[in-house]
Design a protein around this ligand. Structure first.
Ligand SMILES: Cc1cc2nc3c(=O)[nH]c(=O)nc-3n(C[C@H](O)[C@H](O)[C@H](O)COP(=O)(O)O)c2cc1C
Length: 204
């Protein structure tokens, strides 16, 4: 099979990671792949920049900032979307401490930062390149929208150097997929796994 097609087809969101650091050159290769993504000519050059977070204390700060948003969203699902609520709480209950239901204790969190206005499509393409590159190098990844809910923490904003007119795309979690996970976690992860439909295609 063509290795690019293979990486695209085999990529799945990974929500359990080995606590093993990723070599810096591998992270740089992945970032370079993100940097090669197409972008709108309106921005003349790539509109994105990247912040790699590996520091455990900083990751803890990110989690503490984003978690209330997750909790609020999940609680809101209790009545509106009971199935989703059940899936999310099942995973939370099954997880070992620290129950990081946002960044899943990934060794690296890659923030793709770009213009808040007119940057979403280009930055999303960079994110996809990043995830495919990670897959091709034996790493797991996950785009975690909840992970961007960190604007309430001035210290975090300052560290990311996030400006008023910038937005976070991703962040993308990176790490080696965890091999030995408990049956409870495996079952919970299976439940939140994707439902993949065949392509809906019209030929004209
Ligand atoms: C914009 C966006 C936001 C996402 N946010 C989250 C998230 O906060 N937490 C999470 O576990 N997965 C998140 N995902 C991953 C999706 O749940 C996942 O891609 C989808 O279920 C398809 O599964 P697959 O990636 O394994 O093919 C997000 C994906 C996208 C594209």
């Amino acid at each position: 099979m063509n290795p690019v097609i293979e990486a695209i087809n085999n990529r799945r969101s990974v929500r359990a990671y080995e606590q093993k650091p990723i070599p810096k050159d591998i992270i740089n290769t992945i970032i370079e792949a993100g940097n090669q993504a197409p972008y709108t000519s309106m921005t003349r050059s790539q509109p994105w920049r990247f912040v790699v977070v590996q520091n455990p204390e900083f990751k803890q700060k990110l989690f503490q900032t984003a978690f209330p948003f997750w909790k609020n969203a999940i609680d809101g699902m209790k009545e509106a979307a009971p199935e989703l609520y059940k899936m999310a709480t099942c995973l939370y209950d099954a997880m070992d401490e620290p129950k990081d239901v946002i960044y899943y204790n990934a060794p690296a969190i890659l923030f793709v930062i770009g213009p808040a206005s007119g940057g979403a499509t280009s930055c999303a393409l960079a994110c996809e390149n990043i995830m495919i590159a990670a897959q091709s190098l034996g790493l797991g990844s996950c785009y975690v929208g909840f992970g961007a809910m960190i604007k309430g923490n001035a210290e975090v904003i300052q560290a990311l150097e996030l400006k008023e007119d910038e937005a976070i795309y991703g962040p993308i979690l990176l790490g080696y997929p965890k091999v030995n996970i408990s049956t409870e976690v495996a079952n919970a992860l299976e439940k939140i796994g994707p439902i993949k439909k065949e392509p809906v295609t019209k030929w004209i």
